[in-house]
Design a protein around this ligand. Structure first.
Ligand SMILES: [Zn+2]
Length: 61
């Protein structure tokens, strides 16, 4: 089966990588090249990356 992903670009190192087509809004992904972590944001079906600063809401305490 074909693995279809959405191509995104790392703003830290400039390399492109893919996230799964069915990635969820708010999911954490990381650049396979430099390890920069991002939060996936879906807007009208377009995938954008937001820098993960480690301060997203904690579930629980
Ligand atoms: Zn990178």
């Amino acid at each position: 089966m074909a693995s279809r992903g959405v191509s995104v670009q790392c703003s830290a190192c400039g390399s492109s990588f893919e996230v799964p087509n069915d990635v969820l809004d708010g999911e954490i992904t990381s650049c396979p090249n430099c390890g920069m972590r991002y939060i996936v944001r879906l807007r009208n079906g377009a995938v954008t990356l937001e820098e993960f600063r480690g301060d997203i809401e904690d579930f629980g305490e």
